[in-house]
Design a protein around this ligand. Structure first.
Ligand code: AVJ
Ligand code: FE
Length: 447
C-alpha cells in the first residue's frame, strides 16, 4: 500500500497483489462459510442489508467483471448472473427474493474466478499506458471492494440476532494512551492552504482525485473522538428532547424513528448495556461512541457548543504536515498502519478507548483519526474540482449531491488497504448500523 509503485519491479507488484487478494478472501470466508450455516447465510438479518450469500457471490462477480474480463480480456464465466449481483438492479431488501447462488455454489464460483484471475495475473503486463492496469490500479480497486464488503458483512453480523460466531481477536491490548501526558482536549489548526486528495496514489479511487489546494480557515478540533461517557451526558441533559439542538430533518428523524439512544444500547436500571456481535456487555464509557447517525452527531455537537468538522478540516488535521507543507498518506506519516498506530482490520472487534494510539497521532497531535470509528463530517459527498469518472460512474458519481454525508478515517472493521487518510466513505444521514462515531470542531476566528 505504498503511495506509488515506484521502485518496485512488476514481479513485486504482482506478488503484492496476489497476497492482498488471498488475504481478503481469507477474511471473506471467515465472515461467511466458516462462520454460519447455509440457513443463516441465506437469511435476511435486516432489511438494511443483503443476505450474506449475496455479498459473497457479488464479490466474485465484481472480480469476474473487472479482473477476468476487463483487465485480463478473458471470456465471461457466468454472464447470466451479472444482473442478480448488480447492486443497482435490486435494492438490498429485495435480494432475498432472487434466485441467488446457494452458499456452496457461490463458494465454487468465487473460487473459479479467483483461480483464473491468479493465472492471468502471472502472464499480464501491467502496462503504464493502460490506466486500468498501470501500477495495478484495477487489482487494487477489486482488493478494496472485497474488503469494503467484508466491513458491510460485519455490519450484518452486528445486526444479526443469535449467539456470537466471531472469535474475539487476541492481538493484545491496544497501544495504551500515555496517561502521564494526556493530550489537550483540542488543538488549533492554523489558517492556510493544504493539499486535499491525491493524484498519484495507485490505491486511490476516483472520488479521492485529483490533488487540489484548499484554503482552510483556522479551526479547533478534538484530539479524540466523542466517548460513550460524553454521549450519556448529552442524553441525561435532555439532548433528545430539545428541538433547538436538532436540524429540521434531524428532528423529523427523531420523531419518526423514536430513537433516544445509539443503536444496540439498552437501559438496565440506571446503567446501559450494549450488544456487540451477539455479546451483551456493560457500555464501556471510555470508548468512542458508535452506531450514531449523522443527525445525532450533529445534535450532540450543537449541545456541546461546537460543530462537526468539515471534510476539508478533517483531512487537513489528518494529513497536513505544517513542517514540510506536504500531505501525508496517514496521520503519522507514510508508513503503513501497524498495531501501534491504529485499530484497523478487525484485529479487535471493537473500538479502543479514546486517547489510545499516541504513536498514530497526526502532525497536529490528533489521535485515532484512522481506525476505531468512522467519523461523520458536516460535508455532502461531491466530486473534487477536476473530478473524472474512473473507471465507472456507479462507483462514486451517481452518489454525488445532497443525499449523502461524508465519513472519514475507517473503523476497527476497516482493512488497512482502505484506510489511507484520503479515503472517502459516504452514507445517508439516518444510517446507524455502520461503525460510525464522530469528533467535534469549532471556529477559531470570530465571524
Ligand atoms: C464506499 C462503502 C459506500 O458499500 O456502497 C461496495 C463501497 N461500492 N461496492 C458501498 C462499495 C461498491 C460503498 N461505500
Ligand atoms: Fe459492491
Amino acid at each position: 500500500m505504498s503511495e506509488t509503485a515506484a521502485g518496485r519491479t512488476p514481479d513485486q507488484i504482482k506478488a503484492r497483489i496476489a497476497a492482498e487478494l488471498t488475504g481478503g478472501r481469507d477474511r471473506t470466508l471467515g465472515l461467511t462459510l466458516a462462520a454460519l450455516d447455509d440457513d443463516e447465510l441465506l437469511a435476511q438479518h435486516s432489511p438494511l442489508m443483503s443476505p450474506l450469500v449475496w455479498d459473497l457471490a457479488h464479490i466474485g462477480n465484481y472480480e469476474e467483471q473487472w479482473l477476468m474480463r476487463a483487465a485480463a480480456g478473458m471470456a465471461a464465466l457466468r454472464p447470466e448472473i451479472d444482473r442478480l449481483y448488480d447492486a443497482f438492479e435490486h435494492p438490498r431488501a429485495t435480494r432475498i427474493t432472487l434466485p441467488l447462488l446457494r452458499p456452496g455454489e457461490a463458494r465454487d464460483y468465487i473460487a473459479d474466478v479467483r483461480t483464473r484471475v491468479l493465472d492471468a495475473l502471472d502472464a499480464l503486463e501491467l502496462r503504464p499506458d493502460r490506466p486500468l492496469l498501470a501500477e495495478g490500479f484495477v487489482f487494487n480497486m477489486v482488493i478494496q471492494h472485497e474488503h469494503q464488503h467484508d466491513e458491510t458483512m460485519l455490519a450484518t453480523h452486528q445486526l444479526r440476532r443469535g449467539a456470537p460466531v466471531l472469535a474475539e481477536a487476541s492481538q493484545g491490548a491496544p497501544a495504551p494512551a500515555d496517561p502521564g501526558r494526556p493530550p489537550p482536549a483540542e488543538v488549533l489548526v492554523a489558517a492556510g492552504p493544504f493539499t486535499m486528495g491525491t493524484s498519484g496514489d495507485s490505491w486511490a479511487l476516483d472520488n479521492e482525485r485529483p490533488a487540489h489546494t484548499v484554503h482552510v480557515p483556522a479551526f479547533w478540533i478534538d484530539t479524540v473522538p466523542v466517548t460513550n461517557r460524553r454521549y450519556l451526558e448529552f442524553m441525561a441533559d435532555g439532548g433528545y428532547e430539545r428541538e433547538r439542538l436538532w436540524t429540521a430533518a434531524g428532528w423529523r428523524w427523531r420523531g419518526s424513528s423514536g430513537k433516544r439512544s445509539p443503536a444496540f444500547w439498552t437501559a438496565d436500571g440506571d446503567r446501559w448495556l450494549r450488544r456487540r456481535l451477539g455479546r451483551v456487555e456493560p457500555l464501556p464509557l471510555d470508548e468512542p461512541v458508535q452506531h450514531v447517525c449523522w443527525y445525532e452527531a450533529d445534535a450532540f455537537a450543537r449541545w456541546a457548543g461546537r460543530r462537526l468538522p468539515t471534510e476539508a478540516e478533517w483531512e487537513k488535521a489528518a494529513r497536513h504536515d505544517p513542517a514540510s507543507g506536504r500531505s501525508r498518506r496517514y496521520p503519522w506519516g507514510d508508513e503503513e498502519p501497524d498495531a501501534h498506530r491504529a485499530n484497523l482490520g478487525q484485529r479487535r472487534l471493537r473500538p479502543a478507548p479514546a486517547g489510545s494510539y499516541p504513536d498514530g497521532a497526526s502532525a497536529y497531535g490528533v489521535r485515532q483519526l484512522v481506525g476505531d470509528v468512522w467519523e461523520w463530517t458536516s460535508t455532502d459527498f461531491t466530486g473534487y474540482p477536476g473530478f473524472k469518472v474512473f473507471p465507472y460512474r456507479d462507483y462514486s458519481e451517481v452518489f454525488f449531491g445532497t443525499d449523502y454525508k461524508v465519513l472519514r478515517g475507517g473503523s476497527w472493521a476497516t482493512h488497512p488497504s482502505v484506510a489511507r487518510a484520503s479515503f472517502r466513505n459516504w452514507d445517508y444521514p439516518v444510517r446507524r448500523q455502520i461503525f460510525a462515531g464522530f469528533r467535534c470542531a469549532r471556529d477559531a476566528e470570530a465571524r
